[in-house]
Design a protein around this ligand. Structure first.
Ligand code: ADP
Length: 224
């Protein structure tokens, strides 16, 4: 059954890690707006240069720009069998636009899953976060270090050098948290009202435990 899930949570709450695992376990597309926007930046497209300014300073892209890119992605064939949206919506206008896009196709969201982690925990985690530029796997120098320092573990990535994102510095992360509380957090109430919200927390849980709890939530909702 096609299942459409939105993952919510502050920057560094673990959305990317959990979304990737869920998509793999249940055969759904994983749509990370952060990854899509970063690929525009890396490809140095015209829109990429504009996007880079927002991302580097920890600001959200304007809703129109973010929504347009997501709408095109959701129209692709692999989204027909369901998807996990990671990083979208990030504002009430984006949440409304997603509803509209779904309604246009006679579809609906099945679940909005909120990963609840405190600001202090996020600041600590993000400063230690390193990413493989090839496969997107996320490492943490303290809690999940790679086997060889600074290099991705996966054989397919042929020892790719891990990178630290430009927007993962403490100053920028504090700014992103502010933006999160102001603009993104209100969508938790939006989805609660629609009875689509479930929350899995908090900071003391391992990534594996969070995955187990998310899967239990999904099964309880009999969507998978
Ligand atoms: P994290 O995984 O730490 O939450 P992301 O990779 O999802 O970070 O996003 C990184 C940055 O990309 C955001 O700080 C923002 O600038 C931009 N971005 C991602 N998704 C959106 C969105 N839906 N609307 C506007 N900007 C976005």
């Amino acid at each position: 059954m096609a299942c459409r899930i939105v993952i919510l949570g502050g920057p560094g709450a673990g959305k990317g890690t959990q979304a990737r695992r869920l998509a793999k376990a249940f055969g759904m597309a994983h749509i990370s707006t952060g990854d899509i926007f970063r690929s525009h930046v890396d490809n140095k497209t015209e829109v990429g240069r504009k996007i880079e300014e927002y991302m580097k300073s920890g600001k959200l892209l304007p809703d129109g720009l973010a929504c347009g890119i997501v709408a095109r992605r959701l129209a692709e064939a692999d989204c027909r069998d369901g998807y996990v949206l990671d990083g979208f919506p990030r504002s009430i206008p984006q949440a409304r636009e997603l509803e509209r896009l779904l309604a246009e196709r006679g579809e609906a969201l099945d679940l909005a899953l909120n990963l609840d982690v405190t600001d202090d925990e996020i600041v600590e985690r993000v400063a230690d976060r390193w990413t493989c530029p090839v496969c997107g796997r996320i490492y943490n120098v303290k809690s999940k270090p790679p086997a060889r320092k600074g290099l991705c573990d996966r054989i397919e990535c042929a020892g790719a050098a891990l990178i630290h994102r430009d927007d993962d510095t403490e100053d920028v992360i504090r700014r992103r948290l502010e933006v999160y509380h102001q603009t993104t957090e209100p969508i938790i109430a939006f989805y609660r009202e629609k009875e689509l919200l479930d929350t899995v927390g908090g900071a003391d849980l391992s990534a594996d435990e969070v995955t187990r709890r998310i899967e239990a939530v999904l099964r309880a909702r009999k969507k998978l």
